[in-house]
Design a protein around this ligand. Sequence first.
Ligand SMILES: [Ca+2]
Length: 529
Amino acid sequence: MRMLRAAFFAVTIATLVAVQIPAAAALPAVLAPSTSCESLSSLALPHATINSAEPVAAGAFVAPNAGRGGAGTGRAGRGGGPPVNPYANVPAFCRVMATLTPSPDSDIKVEVWLPASGWSGKYQAVGGGGWAGTISYTAMAAAVTAGYATASTDTGHTGGTADFALGHPEKLVDFGYRAIHETTVFAKPVVDAFYGSAPKTSFFNGCSTGGRQAITEAQRYPNDFDAIVAGASAWDGMRMHAVRVGFTKLVTRNADGVIPPGKFPMIHSAVLDACDALDGVRDGVIENPPQCHFDYAKLACKGADGPDCLTQGQVESAKALTSPMKDTRTGTVIDERHLWPGSELGWATLGGASPLGLSVSGLANILYKDPNWDWRTFEIARGYEEAAKADGGALFSGDPNLKPFFDHGGKLLMYHGWTDQQVTPQMSTIYYDKVLKTVGKDAAAKGIALFMVPGMNHCQGGAGTDTFDKMGAIEQWVASGSAPKQIVASHLTAGKVDRTRPLCPFPQVAKYKGAGSTDEAANFACAMP
Ligand SMILES: [Ca+2]
């Protein structure tokens, strides 16, 4: 009896001590593991097999495909020196590897990385790119280095093509939406088991396919995450593949239609001459491309073809790439999403002689169910909606009703480069507008913000200020409850910041105040165009 009472008091004192903890919570949250990493291998979770749970020492991580041209390959050092280890500064963490099988045909590989010390109490799942098929190690490394528990999945197959989908409808569902959700459902209890505490805030962070995964979560599984970062969201997967191959069909229908890449800088500088200064600052970046109405016919050759002009076929191609996709027979608009003036340096991606391999793979395996399908036979007038139906909706995440996500305080931060050469910028602007129309402006203002990035290519790169702290911005949004009024972004040359500029919540744009350096963000303000 006495022992029981002593135990009771011990528990009570422990509880009292625990009650004191919130006072200390004002200090930076640093939560330590409450169990060994290895012990996590004995966790029993639904349709999950934990393959290993092992500590990784600081700087010791080596990606499994390192040295074979995979995601973990060390980048060559500057000046052709020895490869740089991208994981050299990653702190010690617990690495959990598992296989999830929500369907009999599923084979979803996931990894969960848990900081060995200094856990922030937060979880950040990271997205994939293209057809996924690999764990996003570098994104996981960034997350775990910042103190997050993190997870990534190969989405249920290996390799970066759509070959996996042929004859495997369940694997297509895994890639489309199930694997990310299952990874979340798996990772959260793993975090809880390791630290003795579930994550207090859960984030998702992805770009391109990762951006599609991001808004897919907000739509299909609104309770998985508190805050979501969605870059260059490729949310209309099959129609996007159809339009990409459609662009190639348009530029190749004239014998002289393919623009030699050597002409891209000439076209680009003509566009800048016409449109760069529309925003008040001649800086090599068009702040708001929809204001630029450049007529590429101005570059038509007066006589013979030459490096400083475009043939008639090339003029048509330039117009086609920057205009809504039309049925060439009827003139009816098939898809209004296109590339924008200013993106010319990236036209090799969708405006070359061959279509993007990712998209051919998608149409071949998912629509035509023939790996040897010849893209030259593609007719977008028919194939566009057929493509959209062929995946059973697995790759479509266009539902604008985010009310269930917003209702629990969910935040969605979207971003997209105006010179994205791969996923058309209107994927983000159109979706954003639809969400506002669907849930109402006031409700939307609490839960969604879109930042268009002038002069940024697909997810990164370009002449614009493409470097900004997405996680910092959304962390601040979660902490303050107010959406960012601007995000200061940088442009770097050889690793050094040579320009800063505010990114503005769409549809606002950055306007120069009229005094001071145009390379300093403080001299710009966000305002309606
Ligand atoms: Ca400008």
